[in-house]
Every structure is written in structure tokens, then in C-alpha cells.
Design a protein around this ligand. Structure first.
Ligand SMILES: [Zn+2]
Length: 353
């Protein structure tokens, strides 16, 4: 089993490439280390007028630069968007949904959790207290200076709502096991969890194409995090539990991911992703033979220097792995005198007592 990337040059922003009959691949820029997102257009018919158009998968970051690219691309394309389908609520996926839905009066398709979590996250804290955010960072083993700076930054930072255009007040719900009709084809809805609450993937059994979103990515692994909004979440278990279902799909399916290059080799990639996390779990277990804080565990998971943006996700990823081990009773979780969680391998723990 190998992973074979399709031999198609990635489209420039504002351009497109055909990746399968009736499916166009687009790219929008992102202001991060991961500098792009893939979007897809699928040939569709307007349910009311019967007019030809495209169903869109994901929308790009909600900033004026993306809007400019969209405007020029849509005028070149010269057919309407019939559906706006968003795989999950992260800002690079949902960011421009409101703009495009309003422009074409097209329906927004999302899973129920992604839609409402997206609306809640983009609305900000609305003055709610945030001591839990401080506590989360303390439990993660961050220094008091780091916690104080983060707290200060929250006061001025308007949060994720800045890069998400107002989310439409209406959606069409996508549910596990349902089919969505796009053009003449039926797409099966599969749900992945762990990267986000109820991430939608779409599989077309007739053409053997999988829209995998961020749930199955090549080259990079999707971020699996535990955040202050649910510090006792077991996100990694949810992720690992919702990966094997993709091995029920044909192994030669064409996978259209949200980042990097489309590929064939779904089963191998699913195995690699599962193995990657089990390797991290095994390394953390031996590292925690003597109790360790989350901050101390970061070098086990991340070999490179972490900047502030990465640090936010790195802590969340470390906690997701350590919570997994904790809920499996592989490590104990105590709080030291600084308020930091200390994770200790259970059998070692017992032996020392
Ligand atoms: Zn995502």
C-alpha cells in the first residue's frame, strides 16, 4: 500500500484545476505556516430553477483578501453557487460562508454541532468571566507570566469572530448516514470527531471520491486538542474511534483533503494517522515514568521551536494525549503546589508507594 499524490499542479488563488469529472479544485491563502486551504466545486443543479451551478465545499478565511479572490473567481466562473457546504467550524472553512450564502441566496449545509459551535465561537465571550481560561493554562503548566499575558491579550483580542463573516441564521442539517444529492450524484455523509465536534466528510460511491476535510490529511496530521471550553474532553479517543470507518471505503478512493495535495491511498493514511498517535502515547507514557507537567511533555510531541500561535495548539494537543492516557488509567493526574497537572505512569506510581 502506498500513498500516491495526483499529478495535477495545485491551482493558484483565483484559478482552478479539474481533479475529477465535474469537480474543480480551488485554493485560498492562509496567513499561517500552513499557508493554504483547498476548496472544491462540484457540478450541481439549482433545485428551484434547474439552472446549472456548483455546490461549494468550504469557503476560506473570512478576510478581505479572500473576498477579493472570490469575487474575481466567481466572475470568471460565471455560474451561481447552488449550495455552500462547510465540513467544520474552523475559520479557514467557515470564514466566508456568510458572504457566499448571501451573495447567491444559497443554502448552508453543516452538521448541527458544527453550525452551533461555529455561531457560539464567532460571537465571542460577551462579557462572561474567563477565570476558567486562566485555570486551564495554569493546569497546563504555563508560567504565571504566560498566563498573565494571555489574560491581558484576551481583553483586546476580539477572537475568532474577526476572521469569520457573520454566520447565516439558518442551516440545512447534515447527519451521519444520510445522503446529500449534488447534481446527479448521491454523497454519503460520514462524521469524524476529535479535530472538531461533528466534522462532515462526503463520499460518492459512484465516482469513488471522498471529501475528507481536515479529518484525514496527507503529510500533516490534523490538530487534536483539548481546550478551556471542555478541559476534560477526550478528543483523541473520539478521533481514533472515528478513523477506522474510512477503511470500509474502497482503498483506491480519490481523497480530496482540505490541505496539501489530493491523493489515493486512504487505508494507508488512516493506518499512519492511528500509528502516529499511538507512537506519541507510548513516548509520553515512558516520559511520564516520573511525573511530568503538560509543558514539560511538549518536546516529546514537538521537535521544533514553538511560537505563540503554535503554543496554543501544542498545549491543547499535549493535553488531548495525556487526557487519553488518564481516562485509560495509564497515567494518574495530580495537581502540584503550583496548580499544574502532573501526569505519572500508573504502574510506576504504584511501585513507588
Ligand atoms: Zn480544522
Amino acid at each position: 500500500m502506498t500513498i500516491d499524490f495526483i499529478d495535477v499542479q495545485a491551482p493558484e488563488p483565483g484559478e482552478w484545476q479539474q481533479v475529477s469529472p465535474g469537480i474543480l479544485w480551488l485554493r485560498m491563502p492562509l496567513p499561517f505556516e500552513l499557508d493554504h486551504i483547498n476548496l472544491y466545486l462540484i457540478e450541481d443543479d439549482d433545485p428551484v430553477t434547474g439552472e446549472k451551478g456548483y455546490a461549494l465545499i468550504d469557503t476560506g478565511f473570512g478576510v478581505s483578501k479572500t473576498q477579493e479572490i472570490w469575487d474575481s473567481l466567481l466572475s470568471k466562473l460565471d455560474v451561481p453557487l447552488t449550495k455552500v457546504i462547510v465540513t467544520h467550524m474552523h475559520p479557514d472553512h467557515i470564514g466566508m460562508a456568510g458572504y457566499l450564502v448571501d451573495k447567491y441566496r444559497a443554502p448552508l449545509y453543516m452538521s448541527h454541532s458544527e453550525y452551533f459551535v461555529g455561531r457560539a465561537m464567532s460571537a465571542g465571550s460577551r462579557g462572561a468571566s474567563d477565570w476558567q481560561d486562566d485555570e486551564y493554562l495554569v493546569r497546563c503548566g504555563m508560567s504565571s507570566e504566560y498566563v498573565a499575558t494571555a489574560s491581558e491579550n484576551r481583553k483586546t483580542n476580539k477572537g475568532v469572530g474577526q476572521v469569520i463573516r457573520p454566520i447565516p441564521l439558518h442551516h440545512e442539517r447534515l447527519q451521519e448516514g444520510e445522503n446529500l444529492t449534488i447534481g446527479t450524484h448521491q454523497w454519503q455523509v460520514l462524521i469524524g470527531r476529535g479535530h472538531s465536534p461533528e466534522h462532515v466528510c462526503l463520499f460518492n460511491p459512484t465516482t469513488n471520491v471522498l471529501i475528507s476535510g481536515d479529518h484525514v490529511l496527507p503529510i500533516i496530521t490534523p490538530n487534536i486538542g483539548v481546550y478551556s471550553t471542555e478541559p476534560n474532553a477526550n478528543s483523541l479517543k473520539m478521533y481514533l474511534d472515528t478513523l477506522p470507518q474510512f477503511k470500509n471505503l474502497p482503498q483506491n478512493a480519490l481523497v480530496l483533503p482540505s490541505h496539501k495535495q489530493p491523493f489515493v491511498g486512504l487505508h494507508k493514511r488512516v493506518d499512519e494517522l492511528i500509528e502516529h498517535h499511538h507512537e506519541h502515547l507510548a513516548n509520553l507514557k515512558s516520559f511520564c515514568a516520573q511525573g511530568k507537567t503538560i509543558k514539560e511533555c511538549l518536546p516529546v510531541l514537538f521537535k521544533r521551536e514553538l511560537n505563540e500561535h503554535n503554543m496554543f495548539f501544542a498545549i491543547a494537543e499535549a493535553l488531548a494525549h495525556l487526557n487519553y492516557l488518564y481516562f485509560e488509567d495509564e497515567v494518574s493526574r495530580d495537581i502540584n503546589e503550583d496548580g499544574h497537572y502532573v501526569f505519572t505512569l500508573t504502574c510506576e506510581h504504584l511501585r513507588h508507594e
